[in-house]
Design a protein around this ligand. Structure first.
Ligand SMILES: Nc1ncnc2c1ncn2[C@@H]1O[C@H](COP(=O)(O)OP(=O)(O)O)[C@@H](O)[C@H]1O
Ligand SMILES: [Mg+2]
Length: 239
């Protein structure tokens, strides 16, 4: 018990250190730009606009970080209610695909929805299920340019299988085990616009949400070829 509580204290200290580090970078940038403007060092109209845009983008990033930290902390603390109601993943996944088409289009990427079954009903929380699919699809589209993202829903051996496959940049073997870690982001991935920068907490949240709904999630990837996520949930068959 003693060792257990010490381990929890250490984990908490580690988490606080990580959060502080993550927030410090954008806060320092905001502070620097605001100081330069306040001290009258930015006279050029166009430059001023650029600085203000950067400040704005950084504050958005800080907000996203704080929102995701709160969400993950709540999920890990165990005091969240995840509903267990029948949810059909076929129309749900299709709707998420439709909502992401514009974003994919802007990267000359198409999203294909592959329905391998009429219905794929699982027990879960529809909003949480949507969050899972949206997060994975966003990652896939972000990693892909002039390519294809496939979203498949099927039923196999009493399980609903959701597959999200992209032919984007892929993940190196040394990075792959770490993508689930909070704040982990693969370095040197191209297309790293600040505007699209996530919190690095997406997959940690996704994994927790999948587990809370009795599912499992796996990934395979090859650098330069693409990435595939496999999510399985027990299929629900009302008697
Ligand atoms: N489909 C994908 N293709 C390539 N890399 C990916 C993919 N999905 C996730 N990653 C890598 O895993 C990291 C962690 O993902 P995530 O937890 O969602 O954080 P975020 O999206 O906020 O960066 C991403 O930063 C990215 O480097
Ligand atoms: Mg993400």
């Amino acid at each position: 018990m003693h060792a257990e509580s010490r381990r929890m204290e250490e984990e908490k200290a580690q988490l606080f250190a990580e959060i502080s580090h993550e927030l410090r970078t954008p806060l320092t940038a905001v502070q620097g730009f605001v100081e330069a403007i306040r001290d009258g060092m930015v006279q050029d109209e166009a430059l001023l606009k650029r600085y203000l845009d950067t400040i704005y983008t950084q504050t958005i990033h800080i907000t996203r970080l704080v929102d995701d930290i709160l969400a993950l902390t709540r999920l890990e603390s165990g005091d969240v209610t995840v509903e267990k109601l029948p949810v059909d993943l076929v129309p749900l996944a299709r709707d998420v695909v439709i909502s992401m088409e514009a974003m994919a289009d802007s990267k000359n990427t198409s999203i294909l929805f592959e329905k391998k079954t009429e219905n794929a009903v699982v027990l879960g929380d529809v909003d949480r299920m949507e969050q899972i699919i949206r997060n994975l699809l966003k990652n896939a589209v972000r990693a892909t340019e002039n390519g294809t993202v496939k979203v498949g829903v099927g039923v196999r051996q009493g399980e609903v299988v959701l597959i999200i496959e992209d032919d984007g940049i892929g993940i190196a073997p040394e990075d792959l085990p770490h993508i689930w870690d909070r704040f982990y982001q693969v370095k040197n991935q191209r297309g790293g616009y600040l505007q699209e920068k996530g919190s690095g907490l997406g997959l940690a949240i996704v994994k927790k949400l999948v587990q809370l709904q009795d599912g499992s999630i796996d990934v395979t990837s090859k650098l330069g070829e693409g990435t595939t996520f496999y999510i399985k949930f027990p299929s629900y068959n009302p008697k």
